[in-house]
Design a protein around this ligand. Structure first.
Ligand SMILES: *Cc1c(COP(=O)(O)O)cnc(C)c1O
Length: 433
């Protein structure tokens, strides 16, 4: 719990008002701070690596809007692109060159994506990719992994990691038993379980959808054996491999996690960074599979605001900046520095913990030993995480408000920012012990 209550007085008042208007006072549940106790901050503005709340407190931001803000907030080229786009009208419901420009940038960056369809969110991307995989293969069943989150798609909202797990609703009311029955849930990082599922029901499986590097149960990296099983088994059984890179796309490299891991999925879903902070998602992949999407093929998928001109302007400006001046080496160095610093701080405090990372995605788990799957993650000391979270917030470090999320470093963070964060963590972990 925060030390000085009046430090957050304006946010408290705004939250009390919002709760009368919206369920839980929020438009996405993780924002309500439910997993760490207490009440959320209301944000007034953001720039570079910083956020300012309604009380005028300034924070180093490690959420980055839950992933999109890899360049930092209010990045000048993105702000300029939006300012130039607004006077031209904000939506036409007709084709624009901006859509082709964003599609081209995606196709040029992600080698497995030959053609792409733009949508409005990551959820829409995964929902549409699953429908397409079913339409393409003529099969019903989908394999997903416990602790992986693919948005709030009914058939994928089973054992779905952070949001769902944190709120203890692994199967949301409203998701019918019939819908869930077509979803096969397997443990992450378990090649043998995947092999067994394909041996038993291989001819019924339309797709395997997975997070190539998990962020939604905290950072969990796939083992080489698991990557190999994902590469081979679906293909051998005529199922499609759907790589959900909504979080990892353009975050771990220009080509996403698949480039780093040597994966060649049939379909890829994107979101978050691809919209540069505006609502964009995308799904794409093999040209022959994408040819099944309406109006070229029979699989229905549409959107009034899909490919919106403001969204494509922000997305294009972001991807161009990433391609022209790739920040990935810098992010790797900052990530490594933070990983070492957090691990050292936890060790000094004598707290059972492990820091897991790939690139600029980092999680400090209060867990004794490595976290490889949801069953490991579920053993974490989440109460300790809640105390640690508030100790960090009181020190002006804004972390994801759940043990089961990745923190994100942006290109706007500096070595000095990382060192300040480590210094705060030393105190916070000790205080939270
Ligand atoms: C965030 C996320 C989604 C959902 O995207 P939304 O834009 O929130 O609908 C899907 N998959 C993964 C891996 C994500 O991290």
């Amino acid at each position: 719990m925060p030390a000085a209550d009046n430090r957050y007085a304006n946010s408290r008042a705004a939250f009390a008002h919002a709760k009368t208007l919206m369920p839980g006072g929020v438009n996405s549940p993780a924002r309500a701070f439910g997993a760490v106790g207490g009440e959320p901050l209301f944000i007034a503005r953001a720039e570079g690596p910083h956020l300012w709340d309604l009380d005028g407190n300034r924070y180093l931001d490690y959420i980055g809007s839950w992933g999109p803000m890899i360049l930092g907030h209010a990045y000048p080229a993105v702000v300029e692109a939006l300012a130039a786009a607004v006077p031209l009208g904000t939506s036409y419901g007709a084709p624009t060159e901006g859509e082709s420009a964003l599609a081209q940038l995606i196709i040029d960056s992600v080698p497995s994506v030959e053609r792409v369809r733009l949508v409005n969110s990551g959820t829409e991307a995964t929902m549409s990719a699953i429908r397409l995989a079913r339409g393409y293969t003529g099969r019903d069943r989908v394999v997903k992994f416990a602790g992986n989150y693919h948005g709030h798609v009914d058939s994928l909202l089973v054992a779905a990691g952070s949001a769902a797990a944190t709120l203890a609703v692994p199967n949301s009311p409203g998701v019918t038993a019939g819908t869930a029955a077509d979803t096969i849930v397997l443990p992450y990082n378990d090649a043998a379980a995947l092999e067994e599922a394909f041996a038993k029901q291989g001819d019924e499986i339309a797709a395997v959808i997975f997070e190539p590097v998990c962020g939604n149960m905290g950072v969990v990296v796939p083992s080489p054996a698991f990557v190999e099983a994902l590469s081979n088994l679906p293909r051998e059984h005529g199922a499609l491999l759907v790589c959900d890179e909504v979080m990892t796309g353009f975050r771990l490299s220009l080509g996403g996690a698949q480039e780093r891991l040597g994966l060649e999925p049939d379909l890829t879903t994107l979101g978050k960074i691809v919209g540069g902070g505006l609502p964009v998602g995308a799904y794409g992949g093999r040209s022959d599979v994408m040819a099944k999407v309406l109006p070229e093929g029979p699989v229905f998928q549409a959107g009034t605001l899909s490919g919106n001109p403001l969204a494509t302007a922000a997305g294009c400006a972001t991807l161009r900046a990433l391609r022209e001046n790739p920040p990935y080496e810098k992010l790797e160095k900052l990530g490594e520095r933070l990983e070492k610093g957090l691990a050292g701080a936890a060790k000094a405090a004598g707290v059972p913990s492990v820091v897991q990372r790939m690139g600029s995605m980092v999680t400090l788990f209060f867990h004794d030993g490595p976290v490889r799957s949801w069953s490991d993650a579920a053993e974490c000391d989440t109460a300790r995480f809640g105390r640690y979270f508030w100790e960090m917030l009181d020190r002006n470090i804004y972390l994801p408000c759940s043990q089961y999320e990745a923190l994100f470093i942006s290109a706007a963070h500096t070595e000095a920012d990382i060192d300040a964060t480590i210094a705060a963590a030393k105190e916070a972990i000790a205080a939270a012990a």
